[in-house]
Design a protein around this ligand. Structure first.
Ligand code: SF4
Ligand code: SF4
Length: 408
């Protein structure tokens, strides 16, 4: 019997995502032409090579919220099952799924504040395979892990697109995890009210050494399902699997329940020195957007990805010089990328926002826009573009990175 596609990785336009996404995404999104994100070469991670990230953990230096049903589906796979069982023994599982404790969140903020994200100083995802750095639950990872690229081919425009997709999928994950528990007869409102009741004693909910949930907290949160955690996840996975053809409808019809008092107490528990790292969206509980609104954002950011204005000019914030070959990255790339592009935070400023190394062909094409130029067939067939394999994609990416801007 061939394996159920819901448990098999899905190649979504060259990106490997959980099999569930075959059913999770609206039909139109499956047709999208996605950025290749060829710079985020995870197997040969540039952040580990040049930015001091830990070679094994890299950006897996956070505790991802993985919903109960994805963990339930993961239990059908040999490698992933061992990872879920590990989460169980560590004390990481609550009815929603794998959820960070307030202590683990503060550790994450501390890493950010000390500029140590990626160095796995305090926070390491327990789902990493410690021998090869692969993700043990790759075909069941969450929406954040599935849409994160540290470098975006289409710059800010690409980052915004992935962020919008991430928000849509994450909200579906929250909604479906709560819906599945509800279908099993678990009182979801009572669970969130139990979380709220933890607010005054948040310091005691996690083990002081491991920072995972204490047994006492887990017993309290699981209620009558304590001792049946993995079976509950299996049941949630089954429910989602049985209803795979109406997941959008279910998520759109479910009103997400939050634990506002618990969330506020978590923010309050963060030491002053790390407060600035809290995402402003986490500070004030707000209304969740509807699925239609989230999809509208995805569409809006998608449309922007490949749009090339009729006339373009090189941004005054972009400066192209010779590759100085003065650091490991520049030396590694010097042989085929003899130029460096520096993008400044403002026109005439001295602070460099980002830099990348360019081939001669890329520089010739960009320099065609030193003065404002109409983008037309004639230009794309000109000498400046003769060695650019896909001029339209090249231009869209340069616009997304704001290196080229609409001509005034
Ligand atoms: S996304 Fe993560 S693993 Fe992949 S290249 Fe970037 S930092 Fe490395
Ligand atoms: S779940 Fe997998 S992809 Fe996500 S942080 Fe952990 S190891 Fe990395």
């Amino acid at each position: 019997m061939s394996p159920d596609p819901i448990t098999q990785p899905y190649v979504f336009n060259n990106h490997v995502v959980p099999g569930l996404w075959r059913y999770l995404l609206p039909q139109e999104v499956h047709q999208y032409r996605l950025p290749a994100e060829g710079q985020s070469t995870c197997a040969d991670c540039p952040q580990a090579k040049y930015e001091g990230y830990d070679k094994l953990y890299r950006c897996c230096s956070y505790h991802p919220a993985v919903p109960n049903f994805l963990l339930g589906l993961a239990l059908k796979d040999k490698v992933a099952r061992a990872a879920v069982e590990n989460l169980y023994y560590l004390g990481g599982l609550v009815p929603e799924g794998f959820l960070r404790t307030p202590h683990q969140w503060i550790d994450y903020l501390a890493d950010l504040s000390d500029d140590k994200f990626g160095e796995a100083k305090r926070v390491r995802c327990p789902n990493i395979n410690e021998t090869n750095g692969f993700c043990n639950i790759y075909a069941f990872r969450n929406g954040v892990c599935s849409t994160f690229f540290c470098l975006n081919d289409n710059g800010d425009f690409g980052a915004k697109f992935w962020e919008s997709l991430q928000e849509m999928v994450s909200q579906m994950e929250f909604a479906l995890s709560q819906w599945a528990l509800d279908q099993l007869g678990f009182n979801v409102k009572a669970y969130f009210s139990r979380l709220d009741k933890l607010a005054p004693k948040l310091k005691d909910v996690a083990d002081p050494t491991t920072h995972f949930w204490t047994e006492k907290t887990r017993k309290y949160l699981w209620g009558r399902l304590y001792g049946k955690e993995l079976q509950t996840f299996r049941d949630c996975g089954e429910l989602i699997s049985e209803n795979r053809n109406r997941l959008w409808e279910i998520a759109a019809g479910w009103t997400i329940i939050d634990a506002d008092r618990y969330d506020k107490a978590m923010n309050k528990m963060v030491p002053k020195e790390y407060q600035h790292e809290i995402d402003p969206d986490d500070l004030e509980p707000g209304e969740n957007m509807s699925m239609q609104e989230l999809l509208a954002d995805v569409r809006r950011y998608y449309r922007r990805l490949w749009k090339v204005p009729g006339a373009l000019e090189l941004s005054p914030r972009a400066r192209i010089t010779k590759n100085p070959a003065d650091c490991k990255e520049s030396r590694d790339k010097a042989s085929d990328r003899p130029y460096m592009l520096e993008f400044y935070s403002r026109r005439g400023g001295t602070s460099v926002e980002w830099r990348e190394y360019l081939t001669k062909a890329q520089v010739d094409a960009l320099r065609a826009f030193r003065t404002p130029r109409q983008v037309n067939e004639k230009l794309l067939r000109s000498r400046a573009f003769s060695t650019i394999s896909d001029p339209s994609t090249f231009l869209a990416e340069a616009v997304g990175k704001r290196v080229l801007q609409p001509a005034h």
